[in-house]
Design a protein around this ligand. Structure first.
Ligand SMILES: Cc1ncc(COP(=O)(O)O)c(C=O)c1O
Length: 527
């Protein structure tokens, strides 16, 4: 059977499968091989003594210590982004509960979550409004598949997100993790061009130091060696162009210099390969995982104009920088004027995840422009976007996201964050003038600085993380870049505390390091 024929039979296969399922539910079934229980006996070994998961209060009563959880975790859990051999020496921090910006371990110690649990948390742990929304939805409809069915939370969330783009990006496609959203945007871009009679447009452009996730497609447009190199033989080839990273400014230049040079390099590539390129993917304003590299917003406008000129899609990966993190709900809003004679410039796709559920449930999504959506409409099934995941558009996660949007709508979060950002920037002021560090930078609710090579001790990131823990801080530097990305709920006193503990941690870790070059003046802030 050809691939096209297989696709044409797909709806019938699905319908027949549904009929068989219905029949099996209605008619008492003999024990068929497929409905026999797996063979379990009293002697079947289990990994723990208790047969069921205890409730929260019972966990507390059991009094299992942090050390016990560490030991059991290392024996059973394969942790992400971790060399498990090293984890024996530096075991994971067992967290029992969270409230506001604080996480608590099993021994009652607390930690300020200064990195919002991998940038997911917006309004603190266990936020009452998000919790109530999830609990309400749990009693109504925890899940239903989104192929052939729909539900209110998925519809309302799509409508409200689209409205935030002024209706320019009119449809939302759901998934669960950030990397899946990137895969979807890449596939959609290629397939849309193919449907429009341009199958040669099958190449992608990404930016040096960029990070888009770790599934194979997302990794192919990622430029972080430690994640990418082992899998390089498996990855499609993508074009990599210069980063607009403001730290690359020449003496006497501002952030506009590297942005212009990066845009020039992109222009040269599109001029030669544009016919074969489907999309350019960027992280607007801040390349986070690549080291919190910040750039001039003018770069985004330049990329938009180049993509228009060379008929190439623009994918804005706002998985880390969306949801208010950079000072506007979408980072791309800062690319150009939002009112007046010029219409707001928008990308063709926006990927969101992380903060969209306020750090509660996995949800990701891709917003796309109407003309892209329209390019998939056809009598031919194969011209549709047939991508799917089982938990696509999960109602609980969509309700959490709606509660997040309610926070933004009701609490003037963006304006309140401006005050918070000013307070923390002021409190961190001494760091900006510290000779041991370079490129103190800030954008919205992200702060970062680089520790100079000459004062850097061995295993700096790990030492800083551990010294931070001892000072009630949860921070994980990226190499020699220390960054803060706290939840949106601290006041001026918290900001002063956070800054003081960050400096204290740095002082501790750099104690004994060689003194920085006395003649060296502190570097200018870079973004
Ligand atoms: C910009 C960006 N894109 C994609 C991803 C991947 O998201 P996930 O880890 O949920 O797959 C990340 C994760 O940090 C990210 O920062």
């Amino acid at each position: 059977m050809t691939a096209a024929a297989k696709l044409l039979t797909l709806p019938f296969i699905i319908n027949n499968y549904a009929l068989i399922q219905t029949y099996r539910r209605c008619v008492p079934q003999k024990r068929q091989p497929w409905n026999r229980k797996p063979h379990v006996t009293a002697s079947t070994p289990t990994r723990t003594d208790s047969a069921r998961t205890p409730l929260a209060a019972e966990y507390r009563q059991q009094g299992t210590s942090a050390a016990d959880w560490q030991r059991r975790s290392l024996a059973a859990v394969w942790h992400p982004c971790t060399q498990m051999q090293r984890a024996q020496a530096v075991p994971p921090l067992p967290i029992a509960s969270g409230e506001g910006p604080w996480l608590k371990d099993f021994d009652g110690r607390r930690y300020f979550d200064a990195i919002s649990s991998w940038w997911t948390n917006l309004f603190g742990h266990s936020d009452a409004r998000i919790r109530a929304a999830i609990a309400d939805q749990l009693g109504l409809l925890p899940h239903v598949m989104l192929a052939g069915c729909t539900h209110a939370p998925a519809v309302e969330l799509a409508e409200r997100l689209s409205a935030l783009t002024g209706g320019v990006l009119g449809h939302v496609f759901y998934a669960s993790d950030g990397a899946s959203a990137v895969e979807i945007a890449l596939k959609m871009s290629f397939h849309s061009w193919r449907n429009r009679g341009r199958p040669a447009k099958r190449e992608f452009v990404c930016v040096r130091q960029g990070y888009h996730g770790e599934t194979l497609g997302a990794l192919a447009v990622t430029d972080v060696e430690v994640f990418r190199d082992a899998y390089a033989p498996l990855l499609m080839q993508a074009h990599m162009v210069a980063s607009p990273d403001a730290r690359q400014a020449h003496a006497g230049e501002d952030a506009g210099g590297p942005a212009r040079r990066a845009a020039d390099e992109l222009r040269a590539l599109l001029a030669t390969r544009g016919e074969n390129i489907a999309a350019v993917i960027v992280e607007p304003l801040v390349q986070c995982a690549g080291g919190m590299a910040m750039h001039d917003p003018g770069y985004l406008l330049a990329v938009r104009q180049l993509c228009d000129a060379f008929e190439v899609h623009l994918i804005a990966d706002e998985i880390a920088v969306g949801c208010g993190r950079t000072g506007s709900f979408f980072a791309f809003e800062q690319a150009g004027p939002s009112s007046g004679a010029h219409a707001q410039v928008w990308p063709d796709f926006i990927c969101l995840s992380k903060g969209i559920t306020g750090g509660t449930l996995p949800l990701s999504l891709v917003l796309s422009r109407d003309e892209i959506y329209a390019s998939f409409l056809d009598d031919d099934v194969a011209r549709g976007f047939l991508h799917s995941h089982s938990y696509t558009g999960n109602p609980l996660a969509c309700r959490a996201a709606l509660a997040v949007l309610d926070h933004f709508a009701d609490d003037d979060v963006i304006a309140a964050n401006r005050d918070r950002a000013a307070a923390l920037t002021t409190a961190l002021g001494p760091l900006a003038r510290d000779a041991r560090i370079a490129h103190f930078r800030q954008r919205g609710m992200i702060w970062a600085f680089d520790v100079r090579e000459e004062v850097l001790p061995d295993r700096f990131a790990e030492r800083f993380h551990l010294a931070g823990r001892a000072r009630e801080l949860l921070i994980r530097p990226i190499g020699r870049t220390v960054y803060l990305m706290p939840p949106y709920l601290f006041d001026a006193a918290d900001a002063a505390w956070l800054a003081e503990r960050t400096v204290d941690t740095l002082d501790h870790v750099l104690r004994g390091s060689p003194a920085p070059d006395a003649d060296r003046s502190p570097e200018p802030q870079t973004a």
